[in-house]
Ligand binder design. Structure first.
Ligand SMILES: [Zn+2]
Length: 113
């Protein structure tokens, strides 16, 4: 379960942000997780609940937004949703695709008191 170590890194960032604004409690943490990251939202929730126990973050809610896979064709510039990891461009059939979303793991917002 690499979600536990991932969550540890995320919560370190959250703690730094809380310290910066002298926050005493965490209300809600919102993450955006790409569908290609192979990160299980349920495992993330489990890791979150376990990690915040007996910390100032205890009792906080974790929101997870899934980010679907999308890409941009390097040949014609078309942006489109990728059905598969290596889908070709629907306009020019190009295969040189830059992935735009779907592989990210971002903190969207941190709501504190
Ligand atoms: Zn194209």
């Amino acid at each position: 379960m690499h979600e536990i170590s991932l969550m540890r890194v995320i919560l370190e960032t959250v703690e730094q942000e809380m310290a910066k604004c002298n926050a005493s409690a965490l209300n809600r943490l919102t993450l955006r997780i790409g569908t290609l990251t192979a990160v299980e939202p349920d495992a993330m929730r489990f890791a979150f609940d376990a990690a915040i126990e007996k910390t100032p973050m205890e009792g906080a809610t974790l929101d997870i937004m899934a980010s679907a896979l999308s890409g941009r064709c390097r040949d014609c510039g078309t942006e489109f949703p990728l059905v598969e990891f290596d889908s070709p461009c629907p306009i020019c059939s190009g295969v040189d695709i830059k992935r735009l979303t779907g592989t990210e793991l971002d903190i969207v917002s941190i709501d504190v008191d």
